[in-house]
Design a protein around this ligand. Structure first.
Ligand code: HEM
Length: 438
């Protein structure tokens, strides 16, 4: 029996003096232990600190997580109803200013109800028309170009020089942007991230470039992502179109970066896994799935906020309380995952692409890009991780899990495939690729 269920009165956030910081779930080398300790003590919903002194709830159970994500009438994304506004909880250096901003945010990822229902169909339509074979060919070409840049050096940081770059370049090309524009947008995005609240001039420049691109795409009648958004009738104006294009690109690049980087970590550092892959008993898709089960890219989803008081699993979630769905914990819920690692091979029942109205619109496209990005690298270079696999340094984001750096060495130049022959054909069926002896 959990501590919460022993007490008759539901637990409130203010009842709990010591709360685990959310970032402990992403920076710990063993995230499972942190989630398990919380699950053991609190059951399927635990009190945590989004940052020290900023309380919220963490949903750990699979069925509670799915129920909450689907109940977008009770749990909304608009942070203007956060009950911590005006209490001075966020210091000047807090990373939560944007997440908990009082002013409603304009993008579809932050929209609720009718507004989200209006903004989502253009995204589905724009992504639906992306030809996966073309996306695969673009990815392969851009990966080749990036590998050319460091191949002769014999060493590289696969996060900064590869995983963090490939997704943005691919999405920019699918968005119909010229390489020069894409590069400027990436510089601005990085600078905005670093400048935080002082980023007004940069945000203006970003908006100008993207709205200009939307107008040009309409004029030219292009059929890329920007072209579909440019003529979609669901939008009220070009600013909404530009915000949506930016939101698609941002959502894709962060998750893809983490997926590619983490897949490289397990293939390069876990001998049991790398041998299974190099021995041909597992397809690269299985390595990608292994990451989404074992150590997912988006372990904690951006908070939802309760629109009214709700009692769940013996906890009183009060109006305006932030509630974070722990996808990682939900994926490891003993009710959905057994201790046999082979149960997860070929099984895609994880929550890693979300659920409900805001679920990811592009799991297939994401897989095409991630699969080719991993495979191209393994095909070209015989990589050795130069850091102790048990000491991979994880980035300090509470929302994303990815290695901060992935230093590798490789003989150069090399011409033979490193792990045998990798099938990177984007035309293949996503579920194909089972090796004969499996
Ligand atoms: C081409 C690649 C991708 C694109 C274009 C894309 C785009 C998006 C967009 C636009 C949303 C917001 C949807 C909404 O709010 O209605 C979203 C949500 C989401 N995406 Fe993706 N994504 C991509 C790849 C990925 C990958 C690789 C992952 C993880 C492995 C991922 C995980 C998620 C999750 C978990 C959400 C839900 C967030 C939430 O409910 O708070 N996405 N994606």
């Amino acid at each position: 029996m959990t501590a919460a269920s022993q007490s008759a009165r539901p637990v409130r956030l203010s009842d709990v003096a010591e709360r685990t910081p959310l970032v402990a779930t992403t920076t710990s080398p063993d995230a499972n232990t942190v989630y398990e300790q919380l699950r053991k003590r609190w059951g399927s919903i635990a009190p945590i600190d989004l940052e020290p002194g900023v309380p919220g709830w963490l949903v750990l159970g699979h069925s509670a997580a799915v129920g909450l994500l689907r109940d977008d009438h009770t749990f909304i994304k608009d942070p203007s109803i956060w009950n911590g506004h005006g209490k001075g909880l966020l210091g000047p250096g807090s990373g939560l200013h944007l997440v908990l901003a009082q002013a409603p945010k304009p993008t579809l990822a932050d929209a609720d109800g009718a507004k989200h229902a209006r903004l989502r169909p253009p995204v589905d339509d724009a992504l639906e028309q992306v030809d996966e074979a073309r996306a695969g060919a673009i990815t392969r070409r851009l990966c080749g170009m990036l590998i050319d840049r460091f191949e002769d050096r014999g060493r590289a940081d696969l996060v900064a020089e590869y995983a963090a770059v490939v997704p943005f370049l691919v999405l920019s090309e699918l968005d119909g942007l010229e390489p020069g524009q894409a590069q400027r947008l990436q510089e601005i995005t990085r600078a905005i991230f670093e400048a935080g609240a002082d980023a007004r001039a940069l945000t203006d420049e970003l908006r100008e470039i993207v709205t200009g691109h939307i107008a040009l795409s309409r004029e030219r009648g292009t059929r890329d992502i920007a072209g579909v958004l440019a003529v979609h009738p669901n939008f009220e104006n070009d600013l909404e179109r530009a915000q949506t294009l930016t939101a698609i690109t941002a959502a894709a690049t962060e998750s893809l970066m983490a997926w590619v980087a983490q897949t490289l970590v397990i293939i390069l550092s876990d001998p049991r896994f790398s041998h299974r892959v190099s021995g041909g008993r597992l397809h690269i898709d299985d390595a990608l799935d292994e990451v989404l089960w074992r150590s997912t890219t988006n372990p904690n989803l951006m908070p939802r906020f309760a629109v009214r008081d709700v009692v769940l699993d013996g906890k009183l979630i009060e109006r305006g309380d932030p509630v974070v769905v722990a996808v990682h914990a939900a994926n490891h819920d003993p009710l959905v995952q057994s201790s046999d690692p082979w149960d997860t091979v070929g099984n895609r029942a994880y929550l890693s692409f979300g659920a409900g109205a805001h679920r990811c619109p592009a799991p297939r496209l994401g897989r095409v890009v991630a699969r080719i990005a991993v495979a191209e690298l393994l095909k070209r270079l015989q990589l050795t991780l130069t850091t102790d696999p048990n000491r991979v340094e994880w980035a300090t984001s509470p929302w994303m899990r990815f290695p901060a750096r992935l230093p590798v060495t490789f003989p150069s130049p090399r011409r033979q495939p490193a792990y045998g022959t990798w099938d990177t054909d984007p035309d293949e069926d996503d579920d194909a690729g089972w090796a004969a002896d499996r």
